[in-house]
Design a protein around this ligand. Sequence first.
Ligand code: NAD
Length: 344
Amino acid sequence: MVRMTHRVTLIPGDGIGPELAEATRRVLDASGIAFEWEVVEAGEAVIAEHGTPLPDHVLDSIRRNRVALKGPITTPVGEGFRSVNVTLRQALDLYANVRPARSIPGLASRYQDVDLVIVRENTEDLYAGIEHRVGRDAAESIKIITREASERIARYAFDYAVANGRRKVTAVHKANIMKLSDGLFLESCRTIAAGYEGRIEFEDRIVDNMCMQLVQKPDLYDVLVLPNLYGDIVSDLAAGLVGGLGVAPGANIGTHAAVFEPVHGSAPKYAGQNKANPAAMILSGALMLRHLGHPEEAGRVEAALRDVVAEGRTITYDLGGTAGTSEFAEAIVARLTAAPVPAS
Ligand code: NAD
């Protein structure tokens, strides 16, 4: 049987990124799917050579391959270059940031049965980058919300719910205070929800109440759709419910390209120590497998990872173990290669 080779852009990133990228590559290469990795560098390390943390050839590579796997990239706080992550999402119009938060059996966390999917609008809101100083002692950030982007993300959330057998979409907002901007987001969600009536349930929550509800009774929720900033914050909260940032994967989806990356950042204090948890990036790789049309292999990677976590012998410090990044990945590879490859 001849299977196609997928050519994928691999951006190792900063801090712990390169170690996690290597671990993820090893696992995906053992998934039964053939990859040709086009490795391109972005982030702090390339600024001296290219004068920017996001050189054009990185964007060109993603545009050409249409799929990328990316490690975290450092964004210095305050002055300096604009976030590579935000720029990349905007340049490629990766409008949907999808972040599943699902409990892993055997992993000590606050809840055992969380199964949430955060669908975050990825192109506008306060991340539009329109900021200015007003004199010496004040500054303004402009929050952009459009009907077009809001309806597009709401449609994505409902289509995701239909395609993945989910039952409900909850729109999250602060329309009681930001009546125009968040009001438009909510109105757009309601418009789109009407087209799915009878198939997918719809409700809305104010973001502060949503945070409290998620901490107290996450099982009441299913797919959440949020503007950019609330989506960023609530997805970290959701990650905390299922074992932390070390196990939280993400996907940035656009019409012409998709970039898969963990929710967490570059954790500089652990860089180069073979210590960080590769699970979030490996699970992002599983999301990528699914996106490329290989749900069975994606399921095998997820199952192998879950088995290694449940067994508890080869897990990283954040999950309560003492294994290194590469040992954790090798334990997953061993499970994948021991299991019979399914016929397809
Ligand atoms: P962070 O996610 O790097 O770290 C937060 C905490 O989680 C730290 O204690 C860290 O050690 C721990 N942690 C994160 N990932 C881990 C892993 N895989 N295994 C074990 N522990 C892990 O967040 P931060 O410190 O706020 O940000 C560091 C840098 O990363 C900043 O420059 C930030 O802008 C950047 N960042 C990038 C992305 C991205 O590339 N998409 C996302 C978030 C933050």
